[in-house]
Design a protein around this ligand. Structure first.
Ligand code: ADP
Ligand code: MG
Length: 265
């Protein structure tokens, strides 16, 4: 196991709430989330549709402000930052990967990856010096560098989206259902890639998923229900577990190393 109690969490939430709307139309999407996420680990966020997974990811990534609660991300409190600082903090520290890839259709693979760097004021040439090796590492080198999204497979598009999220070397990578639009074999390759990014970069990787085939890749699985994290299961990832791309997963007493409700170990 790569982390122990002495390791500082990359993200720490206590009592985080998020309400959408007001009055009669108010929705309490997060009802007091307690969660720790560690660097060098892959943490899965699982739970039924509507339980608040995307909301929690957006709050952790600084895209949405929490309504209440304590949240420390990479030693800072982004929710308390003025907007311009929060945007800068996010650009410098956090990568986001979406289910539907969200690539710009008129840009090539390499250009899509370089967008965040160009937005940060980099020259095209300098941005390409980062984008090209990143794509090559993801088996998207050669002619694929110039390919447009419409000509790529789903797996290739997701590799470009991951490269784009990694171009600023984020210490936190958050992914919302990154394999759900992909077939099993491609999904597995993407999970292997994401796990490698967590381990090699000592990066915290959080993945929202419905896909129980991904469970074998996780160091921690945080189970959400109705706006809360109700259980965190910590497991040793073995090659067999990861390659098995599990069809089923159950929290058993033996597996679930007596994690107290709401708080991870
Ligand atoms: P999940 O990703 O687990 O499916 P979400 O975080 O998307 O869940 O949604 C949690 C709850 O918040 C749901 O009841 C959803 O309808 C509601 N919700 C999500 N986004 C909004 C929004 N922008 N405005 C109002 N309600 C929302
Ligand atoms: Mg969602």
């Amino acid at each position: 196991m790569t982390s122990g109690p002495s390791k500082t969490p990359a993200v720490s939430c206590r009592g985080v709430t998020k309400n959408y709307g007001t009055g009669n139309s108010e929705v309490m999407a997060l009802r007091g989330v307690d969660l720790d996420v560690y660097p060098g680990e892959l943490t899965l966020l699982v739970g039924p549709s509507g339980c608040g997974k995307t909301t929690l990811l957006s709050v952790l990534a600084g895209i949405l402000n929490p309504t209440a609660g304590e949240m420390i991300v990479l030693g800072s409190r982004p929710a308390e930052m003025p907007d311009h600082r929060k945007v800068k903090f996010r650009r410098q520290n956090i990568g986001f990967v979406f289910q539907q890839f969200n690539l710009l259709p008129s840009l090539s693979a390499a250009e899509n990856v370089s967008v965040p760097l160009l937005l940060a004021g980099w020259s095209h040439r300098k941005a390409m010096r980062v984008a090209v090796p990143l794509l090559e590492r993801m088996e998207m080198g050669g002619r694929l560098l110039k390919a447009l999204p419409a000509t790529m497979s789903g797996g290739q598009q997701q590799r470009v989206a991951i490269a784009r999220a990694l171009c600023n070397h984020p210490r936190l990578l958050v992914c919302d259902e990154p394999t759900s639009a992909l077939d099993g074999q491609t999904g597995r390759a993407i999970m292997e890639l994401l796990r490698g990014e967590a381990l090699e970069g000592d990066r915290a990787v959080i993945i929202v998923t419905h896909d129980n085939r991904t469970f074998g890749f996780a160091d921690r699985i945080a189970q959400m229900e109705d706006g809360r994290v109700v259980e965190v299961h910590r497991q040793q990832v073995t090659a067999a577990a990861a390659t098995g791309f599990h069809d089923t997963f159950q929290f058993t007493a033996a597996q679930s190393a007596a994690v107290s409700p709401n708080i991870s170990v």
